[in-house]
Design a protein around this ligand. Structure first.
Ligand SMILES: Cc1cc2nc3c(=O)[nH]c(=O)nc-3n(C[C@H](O)[C@H](O)[C@H](O)COP(=O)(O)O)c2cc1C
Length: 179
């Protein structure tokens, strides 16, 4: 299905619903140009420094971490409920070991404006270029969050991605809300 450009604020609450339930798919290329996806449940879509942005948190242990460090780009793809099992799998296997697109029967398409793959089966996606990154600092965390999210260390790197393009298929809202 062909996608059209949309305003980044369109579908905002449906995107938040997807992120906090099945998760979103973060797309990136590795140094060899192999496309990879990983599931993310934490992130923020908004306006920062007057530009549309996605903030995503990636632990250094992820293959995706190496990919984004290499390309400086990522895509955020919003799956329908029918892709919930694919999200669970993309969130428990690593691109270091498997080709997740092939394994999950998903289609990697080239993004229009960044060096990152987009997931054709997702009705909405965002194309982002990293404009800033910083690491979560243990000493700046509350005890509650440090003990809850970082028992094994592996403190996230926070990527601030400028959204260079937001895209959706026609009828994306119905597809995302399962109507
Ligand atoms: C629902 C869900 C949400 C997740 N959210 C994140 C996240 O926000 N950041 C992160 O680093 N890992 C997150 N993960 C874990 C990664 O998706 C998982 O470790 C994945 O296998 C990494 O793939 P990669 O090695 O190919 O990058 C999440 C997993 C699931 C199932």
């Amino acid at each position: 299905m062909a996608k059209e450009r949309i305003d980044y604020t369109e579908h905002y609450s449906l995107v938040a619903d997807a992120m906090t339930s099945r998760g979103l798919l973060l797309g990136s290329y590795d140094a060899q140009g192999k496309p990879n996806i990983m599931t993310i449940g934490w992130g923020a879509l908004g306006s920062i420094w007057g530009i549309p942005a996605w903030i995503v948190l990636v632990r250094p242990s992820r293959y995706t971490f190496r990919c984004i460090e290499h390309t400086g780009c990522f895509s955020v793809n919003v799956p329908t409920e029918s892709l919930a099992r694919a999200c669970a799998s993309a969130g428990s296997t690593s691109g270091a070991d498997v080709d997740k697109f092939t394994e999950l029967g998903l289609t990697a398409e080239k993004a229009a404006s960044v060096l990152a793959p987009v997931v054709a089966e997702c009705p909405v996606h965002y194309e982002c270029r990293v404009v800033h990154s910083n690491d979560v600092l243990p000493e700046k965390l509350t005890d509650e969050i440090r003990s809850g999210a970082y028992q094994d260390g592996d403190f996230h790197r926070v990527y601030w991605g400028r959204i260079l393009g937001s895209y959706a298929v026609s009828g994306a809202a119905d597809l995302l809300s399962g109507r």
